[in-house]
Design a protein around this ligand. Structure first.
Ligand code: GLC
Length: 681
């Protein structure tokens, strides 16, 4: 059951797709303390799920969070917000309900920080909607919420292949080298990202002619090799006379404006830029139409970046800092003035003053940015997504974004931004992916190996052993850090090849699980608690998660650990994959220390469950599904529904769903393709 409450005159975010009448009276479960502030008394054993891409664990209790899309590249526990604003929480205890705050500005969530037993939601403005969703279980609550917000974005099938990226590939030759090196190392690959250096002076929708003399020809060359190029698009449009995107935007009033009506200026990668007014539908249509420039060159995937929007500096912020600097520069420094000096230019970045200094034009109404801040990246991605069908009807285009709000899950996927090469960020990624799924973001992944700082071979390998299960699987790193393409580690190259090949063997399963999650409204990743709601230990487990109905994942996430403790809520089959093949072991219910050598990927298969595996291939296009292996733990019967379609069209009605059923050791139902059975009991 869903109840909708209206406060003031909310801005329509477009997140909710269903029409629901507003309820009267107080918001169920909550005490309203003052305008926009709601309290819920937590019971000692309540779990609070949700908030999508955030810091900390799967259970969000014990910290204060904020919905405030922010370009913050230090993902530490002390932060309260990252790049996204996902205003959905689920309380799972004696009460079971979900709460969604439909609002585009700042929302604070104190989940047992001030008072360990109190959940407080504070909405920064008086105009918003709140939805309360009630169902029998936490999982059911989430599925009802997902029905409310509409179907998740579906990328083309090739996007489930491995993607290599690095901020640092500057030329066609650099990219060709990456492709050649992967081929030489016999490691599968489907796509290579193009970071900001492909552009002419970081200008959106331009291509640097010296570095990429003929992108159309180059992308055709890559396609011949089953490789897709995925360029980045940044939010800010460079201010430069003669640059058509800039001039058109100025002429048509498509940029965000200051209070005095002049175009707001923000410094980002290209230097001084204007921000397209993505909340204005005409500007959205205009900017979205620009992607065609690259689509016409054979590009079929994009990543939208810097769309919180990130502001390195504004004209106003810089001049205030310079002014203050002039005032204090000749004074003798004491400790306070030294810290003031130190903060002066640091605080120019992403300053709250700037976010309330520009405006959007929404159907003629002038709306101050901070009131709708969290909808900016969402609408940038919507702009692209809505324009794609006009340029390429019936074709899926890969699209993922850094900033997002719920609602954007219909238009694109997300990556979790600039994480670091830290062991703790494998675990963070796991928690984020689970909570992102609850908020509708199924196509998601984190930069494998870590974006900032220097990775190590073992970190990269352990990280990859988890990341092969994420729909978006991308290795990406920052300029200036250690290069981390898999072929750079000759001592572990056979292990990397084996784990990447395992990813490709798993694609029939991963793609089926993803498509069923999107089309049939299911979860792809979920906490153990959802599969074993009455198991107290499972409810508290955060370093193991479930994938679909068949698998439990328990990767090794600590350096130098050659194994780990694993809790099994029921008897399961442990399969260890490595370059020398695989070993299989039946484990009883309970806690076990399992040995997992550095090159091994552990996987747990539930009882009476089977998964399809293909022969490894060098790209998704080369996966041959006419021969599959069914690997399972079966002592009675088990079945699996395989999903297959052409992987590119947006009409899913021609998809095939094939049910494989096995009984003890024989296949009792299939569609006649060659099946090898590997069943254990
Ligand atoms: C931002 C992005 C990162 C990208 C960099 C340069 O930091 O999050 O992925 O590599 O900008 O474009």
């Amino acid at each position: 059951m869903i109840k909708k409450y209206k406060f003031g005159a909310p801005f329509e975010t477009g997140t909710v797709e269903k029409n629901i009448n507003c309820a009267d009276g107080a918001v169920s479960y909550f005490n309203s303390l003052s305008s926009g502030v709601f309290n819920y008394a937590l019971n000692a054993d309540d779990i609070v799920y949700g908030l999508g891409e955030q810091v900390r664990g799967i259970n969000k209790r014990g910290w204060k969070y904020e919905s405030n899309c922010a370009d913050d590249c230090l993902h530490t526990e002390c932060k309260s917000s990252l790049y996204a604003a996902h205003n959905f929480l689920v309380v799972d205890g004696a009460d079971k309900f979900g709460v969604f705050v439909d609002f585009g500005g700042n929302v604070k969530y104190d989940i047992g920080y001030e008072n360990i037993n109190t959940l407080t939601i504070s909405v920064s403005q008086p105009d918003f909607y709140i939805y309360i969703i009630e169902a029998q279980t936490a999982e059911q609550t989430i599925l009802e919420f997902r029905e409310l917000i509409g179907m998740s974005y579906i990328p083309p099938k090739w996007a489930f292949g491995f993607m290599q990226s690095r901020w640092g590939y500057k030329t066609e030759e650099d990219i060709r080298n990456v492709a050649d090196s992967y081929k030489k190392a016999e490691i599968p690959l489907d796509s290579i990202c193009m970071d900001i250096d492909y552009m002419e002076r970081y200008k959106d929708f331009t291509v640097d002619k010296e570095r990429f003399p003929d992108l159309k020809k180059f992308s055709a060359e890559m396609k011949q090799r089953d490789l897709h190029l995925v360029p980045i698009i940044d939010a800010g449009v460079k201010i430069e006379k003669g640059y058509d995107v800039y001039e058109e935007g100025v002429r048509s009033d498509y940029f965000c404006k200051r209070a005095d009506g002049s175009d707001f200026v923000a410094g980002v990668w290209p230097g001084r830029t204007h921000f397209p007014d993505f909340l204005n539908k005409d500007a959205r249509r205009w900017f979205g139409g620009k992607y065609k420039i690259l689509l016409d060159m054979g590009i079929d995937g994009f990543w939208n970046d810097m769309n919180e929007p990130a502001i390195f500096y504004s004209d106003e912020g810089l001049s205030a800092a310079f002014k203050r600097f002039a005032e204090i520069k000749d004074n003798p420094l004491d400790i306070d003035s030294f810290f003031e000096l130190q903060a002066l230019f640091n605080n120019v970045k992403n300053s709250p003053a700037d976010y309330s200094a520009f405006y959007h034009n929404v159907d003629g109404e002038k709306i101050r940015h901070d009131k709708v801040h969290n909808l900016y990246g969402y609408n940038m991605t919507k702009a692209a997504s809505e324009a794609f069908p006009e340029a390429l009807p019936d074709k899926r285009i890969l699209l993922f974004s850094r900033a997002s709000a719920i609602g954007m899950h219909r238009y694109g996927g997300v990556w979790t931004g600039d994480n670091s090469s830290w062991w703790s960020h494998i675990a963070l990624s796991m928690c984020q992916l689970v909570n992102l799924n609850m908020c509708g973001f199924l196509f998601a992944g984190s930069d494998i190996g870590g974006f900032s700082d220097n990775t190590t071979a073992d970190l990269l390998l352990r990280w990859t052993q988890f990341a092969i299960f994420a729909p978006l699987m991308r290795n990406h790193s920052a300029a200036g850090t250690r290069e981390q393409e898999y072929y750079r580690f000759p001592e572990l190259i056979d292990d990397f090849r084996a784990v990447l090949k395992l990813r490709y063997s798993l694609i029939p399963y991963l793609y089926s699980e993803f498509m069923k999650a999107a089309l049939d409204n299911k979860l792809y990743f979920k906490p153990l608690a959802f599969a074993f709601p009455n198991d107290e230990i499972a409810r508290q487990t955060e370093d193991q998660i479930m994938l679909g109905n068949e698998l439990m994942l328990a990767p090794v996430m600590k350096q130098n650990a050659m194994g780990r403790y694993v809790y099994l809520p029921e008897e399961m089959l442990l399969v260890r994959f490595s370059k020398s093949g695989r070993t299989v072991e039946k484990l009883s219910q309970g806690t076990h220390f399992i040995n997992v050598a550095l090159g091994e990927t552990p996987l747990f298969i539930r009882k009476n469950a089977i998964i399809p595996l293909a022969k490894p291939a060098m790209s998704t296009a080369q996966i041959d599904a006419s021969e599959l292996e069914l690997l399972g733990f079966v002592d009675g019967s088990a079945s699996y529904e395989l999903y297959e379609d052409d992987g590119v069209s947006t009409d899913y009605s021609n998809a095939k769903r094939i049910l494989f059923t096995v009984n003890k050791n024989s296949l009792t139902q299939s569609d006649g393709r060659t099946i090898e059975l590997s069943l254990y009991n």
